[in-house]
Write a protein that binds this ligand. Structure first.
Ligand code: AP5
Ligand code: ZN
Length: 216
């Protein structure tokens, strides 16, 4: 299957993507995680992305689209993938449409995770991620690791993301409303959007998403 996950910062895209990708045996492709991996490896791409990310802005399309396409071209993504955080504006959505058309394949569904803004703020404030792999995500209250400050999955240190500071979160939410939300209408026109209420326990949300995909 080829799936896009969309939703505001802190909606639980990364958390859900990890379970959905495992259940569906497809790779989880997160442009945010790809940027963070580049930043921790000190690559030129990471250096360029960091200033945009720290300010809560989108990294320019020229960089982002090439990186996403390169990842989708890897052999493990041939049979399908779960995109998390891409596309994030109309330009990226159109680029993805063209990319898929060129490969002769289509998206199966766009899952729109719906969460009220006050909940998003609580989720982001308590989020802790792993130094070794930013897809290892925890929460100080809602998803505690077995040992405080230590990743259950790999033993790495947990820390707070730099762009999770309150002023940056406000900016990211604004960018979400102005730049990213319009892609939902873009995909509604293709009859691909399924809205998933994303309040409740992590596994309840996963079940809702799996049920929606069964019908897709
Ligand atoms: P990115 O990393 O994609 O961040 P985001 O979209 O802002 O999303 P988040 O990672 O903040 O949240 P999430 O929805 O994954 O929530 P999570 O599962 O962690 O992007 C970061 C930056 O990179 C962007 O600002 C931009 O600069 C750049 N970028 C990335 N992609 C780009 C693109 N395509 N174009 C241009 N720039 C791009 O959950 C949040 C917390 O809640 C966690 O602590 C989790 O444990 C907890 N939680 C999850 N589910 C539940 C639940 N059901 N109940 C209680 N707690 C929960
Ligand atoms: Zn880890």
């Amino acid at each position: 299957m080829r799936i896009v996950l969309v939703g505001p910062p802190g909606a639980g895209k990364g958390t859900q993507a990890a379970y959905l990708a495992k259940n569906l045996s497809i790779p989880h492709i997160s442009t945010g995680d790809l940027f963070r991996a580049n930043i921790s490896q000190g690559t030129d791409l990471g250096k360029e992305a960091k200033s945009y990310m720290d300010a809560g802005n989108l990294v320019p399309d020229s960089v982002t689209i090439a990186m996403a396409e390169d990842r989708m071209d890897q052999p493990d993504a041939e049979g399908g993938f779960l995109l998390d955080g891409f596309p994030r504006n109309i330009g990226q959505a159109e680029a993805l449409d063209a990319y898929l058309k060129g490969k002769g394949v289509k998206l199966d569904a766009v899952l729109d995770l719906e969460v009220p803004e006050d909940e998003v703020v609580k989720r982001i404030a308590g989020r802790r991620i792993c130094r070794n792999d930013s897809s290892h995500v925890f929460h100080v209250d809602y998803h505690q690791p077995k040992t405080e400050g230590v990743c259950d999955l790999c033993g790495g240190d947990l820390y707070q993301r730099e762009d999770d500071r309150e002023d940056t979160v406000r900016k990211r939410l604004e960018v979400y409303h102005t730049e990213t939300e319009p892609i939902i209408d873009h995909y509604k026109a293709q009859d691909l959007v399924v809205t998933i209420p994303a309040l409740g326990k992590v596994d309840e949300v996963t079940q809702r998403a799996m049920a929606a995909l069964d019908k897709a």
